[in-house]
Design a protein around this ligand. Structure first.
Ligand SMILES: [Zn+2]
Length: 217
């Protein structure tokens, strides 16, 4: 049963292709999503806004490294296990719960040599370097299948204006994810703080996986 979850995510490792990335970065997405992103990139470029990916697909093992690092730093600041989990959850998904595992979700930035790519909300606010890009994406991205799941309205995460999800592909993954045996996997303590997550699974799974901001209608 435990291996079902790892097998599930191993499926996402297939069909990945490189997409246009900002300098020094590399990102891969499912080939169908990559095709849609390229079409969106061309449409944005025609408006004078060169967008590119900062990150795309992320393997389960990589998310475990990221999560464990952040969790350890929170614990080192004196937080309890539960508080450390809550602290990391503000921005990062527990391993297995990140939409980046699917090859359907991408973090975008403006591809300009005078800008340092980083994922900070202030860059996307009015007057920030990515404000114009955000306004354009909010207008046209859904025509290419992309929506913003973390707008700060419903999801448990803080707003992530850089994070875009390919809705038709992502909804199929989400259905599969909800059917997995998370209690069995978490019992094996696959990452730091998993015991805390297991103890609060009924609260955390709906809040951080099933609840996100809907695509436009
Ligand atoms: Zn993201």
């Amino acid at each position: 049963m435990t291996h079902d979850i790892e097998d599930f995510f191993a499926r996402a490792n297939r069909h990945l292709v490189q997409v246009s990335s900002v300098r020094d970065h590399s990102a891969r997405l499912h080939e169908a999503v990559a095709e849609s992103l390229e079409a969106l990139r061309e449409a944005a470029l025609a408006k004078g806004l060169p967008l590119a990916a900062v990150s795309g697909h992320r393997a389960l093992t990589r998310q475990i490294e990221i999560w464990n690092g952040k969790f350890e730093r929170a614990r080192a600041r004196g937080l309890s296990e539960d508080d450390a989990v809550d602290d990391v959850l503000r921005y990062s998904a527990p391993p297995g719960w990140s939409r980046h595992h699917w090859g359907t979700d991408v973090d975008l930035f403006l591809d300009r040599t005078d800008l340092l790519p980083r994922l900070e909300a202030e860059d996307w606010e009015s007057g920030g370097p990515c404000a114009e890009l955000l306004a354009l994406l909010d207008e046209i991205a859904y025509d290419f299948g992309f929506f913003r799941p973390y707008r700060g309205e419903c999801s448990g995460y803080l707003p992530e204006p850089w994070h875009w999800s390919h809705q038709p592909m992502a909804s199929a993954w989400l259905n599969g994810l909800a059917a997995l045996d998370w209690p069995a996997w978490l019992t094996t303590r696959p990452y730091r703080g998993a015991t805390s997550v297991l103890g609060r699974l009924a609260d955390l799974f709906p809040r951080y996986v099933l609840t996100f901001d809907s695509p436009p209608v």
